[in-house]
Write a protein that binds this ligand. Structure first.
Ligand SMILES: C[S@@+](CC[C@H](N)C(=O)[O-])C[C@H]1O[C@@H](n2cnc3c(N)ncnc32)[C@H](O)[C@@H]1O
Length: 262
């Protein structure tokens, strides 16, 4: 199911893109030499972080689905990596409806693969920038019912948005559109857990032309202001597992949390 047909903007292979560097970190094939050049300079912990982040997404989305949420708005989706969010939640609730959004044209090119929903549910893809929350919500309304709870997932996205771009205001604007009982899933690279590694990662991305805004625990915590963080609260990605089996104990430079909207 699709809403408006979206023109496919050209893919720029002359400079690195976040979705493609992340794909490289996850061992994917949908990246170009410019992306690989950034990925190869990163410390090995960056690959661990990508894997841990993805596994957090599985656990958090599954948990919200088991809590009865059957609508998901995933912003900063990335290049499809199975299982994608709709596959995870439709395994629990076959009729779940999922809207995906990213601003990278390469994700749009893969959107058809993302659109294969179970017949009982629905999926859609919107090419949009998180800095335009109104446009995202306008499109998402074609598929999602904003009078019923929705889980907003912002996974490894907000560290691409700086304070000057009003990262916290953008999240507030998106959350404001969601009814009571909705959820927020958010993960974010930390500046204060392994500061030297974090600085190295930020510097290597910057050389590839990608600006990152890693944040401290309290800065990431501000994304959840006014919301009810569910246990265990804002922790590292490997420490968030709710009712799922505990993952293997390992260090992580990613903060992760899930909150309910009152
Ligand atoms: C690190 S990837 C995370 C992908 C996926 N959420 C996950 O955690 O597996 C970050 C994604 O955010 C997207 N992104 C970065 N800046 C964005 C923006 N301003 N608006 C929308 N998407 C953006 C990138 O294109 C990329 O696909």
């Amino acid at each position: 199911m699709t809403t408006d047909p979206q023109p496919s903007p050209p893919i720029d292979t002359s400079r690195a893109h976040p979705a493609r560097v992340y794909d490289w970190l996850l061992g994917g094939k949908d990246n170009y030499p410019v992306d690989e050049a950034v990925g190869e300079k990163l410390p090995p912990e960056a690959r661990d972080a990508a894997r841990q982040n993805r596994q957090f997404m599985h656990r958090a989305a599954s948990w919200l689905a088991t809590q009865g949420i059957d609508q998901f708005l995933d912003v900063g989706t990335g290049i499809p990596t199975a299982p994608n969010l709709h596959q995870i939640v439709q395994n629990i609730v076959p009729s779940a409806r999922v809207v995906y959004t990213d601003n990278d044209p390469i994700v749009l090119r893969h959107a058809e693969a993302l659109l294969i929903s179970r017949p009982e549910g629905a999926t859609d893809y919107v090419q949009a920038d998180v800095r335009d929350p109104e446009a995202i919500v306008r499109h998402a309304r074609h598929i999602l019912d904003f009078d019923r709870p929705i889980a907003l997932s912002l996974i490894a996205l907000m560290h691409f948005i700086t304070d000057e771009q009003d990262a916290h205001g953008i999240v507030r604007a998106l959350v404001r559109t969601l009814p009571s009982g909705s959820g927020l899933i958010l993960s974010h690279a930390a500046s204060d857990l392994f500061p030297e590694l974090a600085e190295q990662v930020v510097a290597e991305y910057a050389k590839g032309g990608i600006r990152l805004a890693f944040r401290t625990r309290s800065e990431v915590g501000r994304f959840f202001d006014g919301l009810d963080l569910v246990p265990p609260g804002l922790v590292t990605a490997t420490d968030w597992f709710a009712s799922a089996p505990a993952p293997e104990r390992e260090d992580s430079g990613i903060y992760a949390g899930v909150a309910r909207i009152r």
